[in-house]
Design a protein around this ligand. Structure first.
Ligand code: PEP
Ligand code: MG
Length: 760
């Protein structure tokens, strides 16, 4: 059975559209279960009915023409009960409804199971048989397994099929097609997409046509000849070391590239009008699917060889195609994966948004995008890249969504929102040089999160009162090796000097989790619960001490450095780190007299630190709460997993209670407390955090004036009243509604984006 299942999933994944997907499913399931009928009914949102879409065994002419409501027939019953129904005599069931013309009268046995994806019933999968008998347990289990496995593929095929060939967004007939990913940089981007293919990824080639097939064929032949030469020289080089039968593979490669094989097929597709790259992608992918579907394991393996050849061809083709990107107007960059160098190729002002299949909010490109203020969504797992080239798209960097095929109404809504944002930003300029003070005189320090030097310039121009979180790992992430002590010292000195006399809180190297250094790979099956933050640096004192020495030296004659320790889960880690810091300091003092000893703080970002907050507060100089990780660990939700992103909500009462507890403990111990996760950047949440008693809030510069404008409009009494109300509520949704209701009178819509974003 498992083999059948694997085969079905493989065949279905290679299908080109929703109808072929369903046709394959019904044919393969009927065969695998040796039954007489297999049918798929798909739910149609517009009519609210289950449509008879594909069948093997019933009348194919009726496909797409007949449908049932959720109250009709056994199919409706399976869908509404969301569970399988197994009957030996379908016609005698009270819910039975005979659909005219499909020819199911003679079939008595009925087994139907819902196809459910992310809680949504997409359709119903049915098998039927003449013989009056119940399908046995193993058959029922098989059908349920098939339906569960195929739900994702069907959902994807439905979404992709819903992207119409309209070139422009904004059409009354359009239905928004939404793809969910990880929000990596705030903002709304609306523009045409351009697909970037950094590596020779065969699946990411858009279907482009060529104007001059003859020229395109010549171009293809040139690449083909180069790949053939490469193959020959690889074979010759290997011939000295390998046995004859091992180098024979290269002869097979060369034969495949021949005019009568792959090469010839690709040429035919170019003659028919496809670009060389599109033709290679199409032909090679279809051969890969054929080979992967073969029963013979040897032949199945050959799929890898074909892929290799295809990628080699594509690499040569793309080297030339690379010039064709058009950036005459701002574009949304979409790609499987982006590199910083590709980002750098886009002319200034021409980047309206970024969307990628892979990548996380801590990837290098995401960091750069945030600092450049480019709306970015990553981790869009099911993005059909090919279909999106030159399509008008919307990137919603607040909600982590990409919208294709947007309707008029959606376009209008986002345009209004962009407009509002621009107006608000312009209106906020006036607060740049004003203190962050409530109307009844309570002050709170607003600082920034930084990591590259351009962050500092922007932050200072917006009136930041210091750096609440300097992510030192960014310098490590963009280097080819560990930066030397002197390289680090220079970078830190620039930050400290730029902000002097304002404080700069430098966090020690925080790698692991999703922050991987290319030259120090950490392979773990559960990286967020693994070797990260202080755990790595305490295990590698040679790395930690170099960094501390660089920080201390950079702080000479300045004294505005504070050191922050990430991912601390036990008191001993604070003690160990402090000992190393003191050792580095006492050594350096010999060379640099009067070298200031910085304050040492602990990041509270795991539940154990919250439960031990009184002890930590007694033993360190300040506390900074990292709400990004704390939310992740308190709610057990991976912050980079789009599948559970709706559960990642920093308005969850447990998160707010934890923040409150931390602020109170710090006040009690009389040490400064700050918050540096995204929660602080959300104006509505900032009101609550101030009321809880945090002394400073640290956020990316783009949110600084928004937060300040709201805090300058309310009184501390009002903020405390709001907090009291919020703490009585027991779920995130109610908290967001409550905040929105109560803050609406004083704040303008875009300031509530955080509340809205979390409440979606
Ligand atoms: C946090 O976890 O809240 C935080 C600020 O650290 P980072 O996002 O860099 O993990
Ligand atoms: Mg963190």
């Amino acid at each position: 059975m498992l083999d059948h299942l694997r085969q079905i999933v493989q065949d279905v994944s290679a299908a080109k559209d929703i109808q072929s997907t369903l046709d394959i499913i019904v044919a393969r399931v009927k065969d695998a279960m040796q039954t007489e009928v297999c049918t798929v009914y798909l739910y149609d949102k517009n009519t609210d009915r289950y449509v008879f879409m594909a069948t093997e065994g019933l009348n194919k002419q009726a496909q797409g023409r007949l449908s049932l409501t959720r109250d009709q027939g056994l199919v409706g019953l399976v869908a509404s009960r969301e569970e399988p129904i197994n009957l030996d005599d379908a016609a005698s069931h009270r819910a039975y409804k005979l659909l005219p013309d499909i020819g199911e009268e003679e079939f008595n046995a009925f087994l139907g199971t819902p196809i459910i994806h992310h809680r949504e019933v997409l359709g119903v999968l049915v098998v039927q048989q003449r013989q009056r008998r119940k399908f046995d347990e193993s058959e029922e289990a098989f059908l349920i397994t098939v339906a569960a496995q195929l739900a994702g593929v069907i959902a994807h095929a439905k979404v992709v099929g819903a992207i119409t060939p309209f070139e422009r967004t904004g059409n009354q007939q359009n239905n928004d097609v939404r793809f969910r990913g990880i929000a990596c940089a705030n903002g709304i981007g609306m523009a045409e997409a351009v697909i970037i293919n950094p590596s020779a990824d065969l699946t990411a080639i858009p279907e482009r046509r060529c104007e001059n097939p003859e020229q395109e064929i010549a171009f293809f032949h040139k690449s083909l000849a180069t790949v053939k030469t490469d193959m020959q020289s690889l074979r010759d080089r290997f011939a000295e070391r390998l046995a004859k039968q091992e180098t024979a593979l290269f002869d097979v490669y060369l034969q495949m590239l021949d005019d009568n094989a792959l090469g010839g097929e690709i040429e035919v597709r170019i003659e028919q009008g496809l670009s060389a790259a599109s033709a290679v992608s199409e032909v090679v992918l279809s051969h890969i699917a054929t080979f992967e579907g073969m029963d013979d394991p040897y032949l199945r393996e050959r799929a890898i060889d074909i892929k290799d050849l295809g990628q080699r061809l594509m690499a040569y083709l793309q080297r030339v195609e690379h010039q064709h990107y058009d950036f005459e107007s701002p574009r949304i960059l979409i790609a499987e994966e982006l590199t910083a160098s590709i980002l750098a190729e886009v002319p200034k002002g021409m980047l309206a948004g970024i969307a990628t299949v892979r990548g996380t909010s801590n990837s290098h490109v995401a960091i750069l995008a945030r600092s450049m203020g480019i709306p970015t969504v990553m981790g869009l797992k099911s993005l059909p890249l090919k279909k999106l080239h030159e399509k008008a798209l919307i990137i919603d960097g607040y909600n982590g969504e990409l919208i294709a095929n947007a309707s008029d109404a959606t376009c209008q809504r986002y345009e209004n929102f962009q407009q509002e944002e621009r107006l608000v930003d312009r209106g906020l300029e006036q607060y740049k040089d004003l203190p962050c003070k409530t109307t009844d005189g309570q002050e709170i320090s607003l600082q920034v999160n930084a990591g590259i030097i351009s962050d500092a310039e922007r932050a200072l121009s917006l009136g930041a009162e210091g750096v609440g979180l300097y992510r030192t790992e960014i310098q490590f992430l963009i280097s080819e090796r560990f930066p030397s002590e002197e390289e680090q010292r220079v970078a830190y000195r620039r930050q400290l000097e730029a902000f002097h006399p304002r404080p700069v809180t430098m966090r020690c190297l925080d790698i692991g989790g999703d922050k991987a250094l290319p030259y120090f790979p950490i392979e773990e099956s559960n990286p967020f619960l693994g070797w990260r933050g202080m755990r790595v640096t305490l295990d590698h004192p040679e790395i930690f001490i170099v960094q501390i020495r660089a920080m201390l030296k950079a702080n000479a004659n300045l004294g505005n450095l504070q050191i922050l320790l990430p991912m601390v889960t036990q008191l001993s880690e604070l003690g160990d780190a402090r000992n190393l810091i003191m050792r580095a300091h006492s050594e350096l003092v010999q060379e640099i007299p009067n070298l200031p000893l910085p304050k040492i703080g602990v990041m509270v970002e795991v539940p154990s630190a919250v439960y031990q907050i009184d002890t930590f507060a007694r033993c360190c100089d300040f506390i900074s709460l990292g709400s990004n990780d704390l939310t992740q660990y308190l709610l057990a939700v991976d912050r980079n997993n789009p599948r559970v992103s709706t559960l990642y909500n920093h308005y969850h009462p447990a998160v707010l209670q934890a923040c409150y507890q931390v602020a109170q403990a710090c006040n009690h111990a009389e040490i400064p407390s700050s918050i540096c996760g995204e929660l602080a950047a959300d104006p509505a949440a900032a009101v609550l955090l101030m009321a809880m008693g945090f002394n400073s809030l640290s956020m990316s510069s783009s949110n600084l004036l928004r937060v300040k404008s709201l805090l300058r409009f309310i009184t501390m009494d009002d903020a405390k009243r709001l907090l009291r109300g919020v703490l009585k509520l027991d779920n995130a949704q109610d908290i967001q509604d409550y905040l929105q209701r109560n803050l609406e009178d004083i704040a303008i819509t875009p300031l509530f984006q955080g509340v809205r974003e979390q409440s979606k």
